[in-house]
Design a protein around this ligand. Structure first.
Ligand code: N01
Length: 552
């Protein structure tokens, strides 16, 4: 176990690596780098570790990947010793786990909290990054790793009159640390993605009245959460080597589960219904993996979508509400599928109502109401479950300038461009963890984080051994990769939805399918092959002679 605090270079004060963010990616990156003898400094804007799990403290927040799999695999002692209490861990438990990891591996001494990285500029003469933080200081580092998270830039939409609202306004992605009590209040909830769908049932239990404002009806599958038994935990622990291998190499989404061997239309209608029922009853994300073509073939997709629409009709008693809750604007799964506990049943409560803001968008928010189609829905508090400027939002908040002073935001104005999602041409020695162009948000994030961190760590060791001063994505390799990412996405149904994968939730954001949908196993093999071929497609510069060569 590595634990010693990093010391910067005694003469220059420079670090080998600056890491931005102390979520699951930043913490593991720091741990790996220390173990390899690199000095590293982490800057974290929050007051503690955990990233997304530090900020998303809304009622009902929990992970929708099973806890035994949504956990680090790099330390066998850790995975054998940590006791997850439930099938899907609630946010406080995941945050406790993040804190446990920080303590166990003694990470805090290299993390500066409550500090934002505001600027990073590449100095071409020194071949190093100048990193300026919100405390007004600037440090130098040979490398910078953006571990800034994909869903970390919470976004309040621009709704007329929001600033006039007299009650409290909360955003699920930036929830207060003190407890919020909705008892006796009329609460308005805007947004029906994963966050809205998880929080609505809990808010409804406490509020006097909950009004849910729905723009796009969403598909959601029951979580079937429950306490984990010792036997269940032991079964995972005994089989961890195989479970982790399978998640990394075989499962497309980094989750160990039974893999589909056929398409939906290869089964008779009865057999299909029986399989959907079995998955619905079991609950969880793997509903979409009952067949191998639900993301590819519209007729196959319709069969799953119809099944879920039928379930909504069964659960929701009021037929008008049930109809409104049935998604009909996108194929199932093309917006991130939601996992819920009693979401649809919540609409059977007498204190819950649903307002359609697709047909009639919100006209205005007044001092005490949300006005839709001329009617004022009075509320005392508002919960914005309106999502994030996903994947690129937190990178864009940092002023990053590369070779020749090129700004990353300008380079990405038409959509993010990366080679393997790891680096972007013109920005040497800058790595992105789970960036656009990698499987990232389409996968179990921890599997993808560990893969990227390990790849970057190996790359830095390679550079040290070879005496390389810089490495960056080659322009041609980057263009080919961007084209490949696009081509694979457009072979699926995913681009048909107005999803945050496409940047569609942010007015003016380019419509590009950002993550790589080829699957984590395929992607890992590509990354490993590139490295094995001497980092093919990357451009390197040697330390002494400052000679630029295209490797591979
Ligand atoms: O955000 P979202 P989220 N007026 O973008 C609506 C992960 N996550 O925080 O669909 C009115 O999905 C918007 O409407 P529309 C997970 O990957 C995981 O819920 O754009 N409405 C939508 O209904 C997830 O996918 C977990 O028409 C507006 C909602 O707000 C991702 O985070 C839990 C609006 C936003 O939904 C994001 O989820 C939570 C406007 N101007 C999150 N703007 C788990 O692990 C937006 N909306 C379980």
């Amino acid at each position: 176990m590595s634990s010693a605090q990093s010391s910067p270079d005694p003469t220059t004060g420079a670090y080998d690596v600056v890491i931005v963010g102390a979520g699951f990616a930043g913490m593991y990156m720091l741990h790996r780098l220390r173990g390899l003898g690199f000095s590293a400094r982490v800057y974290e804007q929050g007051g503690g570790v955990g990233g997304t799990w530090y900020w998303n403290r809304y009622p009902g927040a929990r992970c929708d990947v099973e806890s035994m799999q949504y956990s680090y695999s790099f330390s066998d002692e850790l995975q054998q010793e940590w006791d997850w209490s439930e099938r899907y861990a609630p946010q406080p438990e995941i945050l406790k786990y993040a804190n446990h990891v920080a303590d166990r591996f003694d990470l805090r001494s290299d993390i500066q909290f409550n500090t934002r990285v505001e600027r990073a500029a590449f100095d071409e003469r020194a071949n190093s990054w100048s990193v300026t933080t919100s405390d007004g200081k600037t440090v130098q580092a040979q490398f910078i790793v953006l571990a800034t998270g994909c869903l970390s830039n919470a976004r309040n939409p621009d709704i007329k009159g929001l600033e006039n609202f007299k009650g409290a306004v909360y955003h699920t992605g930036n929830w207060p640390h003190e407890s919020v009590d909705f008892t006796g209040l009329r609460v308005g909830l805007i947004g029906t993605g994963s966050s809205g769908i998880q929080s609505a049932p809990i808010i409804a239990e406490h509020a006097k009245h909950l009004t849910v404002f729905q723009r796009t009806a969403n598909f959601s599958i029951p979580a079937r959460n429950g306490a984990l038994t010792d036997e269940e935990r032991d079964a995972f622990r005994k089989n961890y080597p195989e479970i982790r291998r399978f998640a990394r190499e075989v499962a497309r989404n980094g989750i160990y589960a039974e893999q589909p061997d056929r398409g939906a239309l290869d089964d008779s209608e009865d057999a299909r219904r029986a399989k959907f029922k079995a998955r619905w009853d079991r609950g969880g994300l793997t509903f979409m993996y009952v067949y191998n073509n639900l993301g590819l073939d519209l007729a196959a997709n319709d069969s799953a979508a119809n099944y879920v629409r039928g379930k909504i009709t069964e659960i929701v008693k009021d037929s008008t509400t049930a109809k409104l809750l049935q998604p009909n604007s996108h194929p199932i799964g093309t917006k991130r599928i939601c996992i819920d506990t009693d979401y649809f049943a919540t609409f059977n409560r007498p204190n819950v109502s649903l307002v359609d803001i697709k047909t009639n968008p919100i006209q205005e928010i007044t001092a005490n109401a949300v006005r839709v189609a001329g009617a004022d829905h009075e509320v005392d508090a508002l919960v914005m479950a309106t999502g994030f400027d996903a994947m690129t939002g937190s990178v864009a908040k940092i002023d990053i300038s590369g070779r020749g002073g090129e700004m990353l935001n300008q380079k990405w104005a038409e959509g993010p461009k990366t080679y393997l999602g790891l680096m972007t041409a013109g920005f040497p020695n800058l790595f992105i963890i789970t960036g656009p162009g990698s499987p990232s948000v389409l996968s179990n994030m921890i599997v993808s984080i560990e893969q990227h961190v390990d790849w970057i760590a190996d790359c830095l060791v390679h550079m040290r051994k070879q005496g390389l001063a810089t490495m960056e994505a080659g322009r041609e390799a980057e263009e080919k990769w961007v084209a490949h990412v696009n081509e694979v996405a457009h072979g699926t149904l995913y681009p048909q939805a107005n999803s945050w994968y496409m940047g569609a939730n942010i007015p003016g954001k380019p419509r590009i399918f950002m993550p790589y949908i080829g699957g984590v196993g395929v992607y890992r093999r590509i990354c490993d092959e590139v490295a094995a071929k001497g980092y093919e497609g990357f451009v390197t510069e040697a330390e002494v002679q400052s000679r630029r060569v295209v490797t591979g």
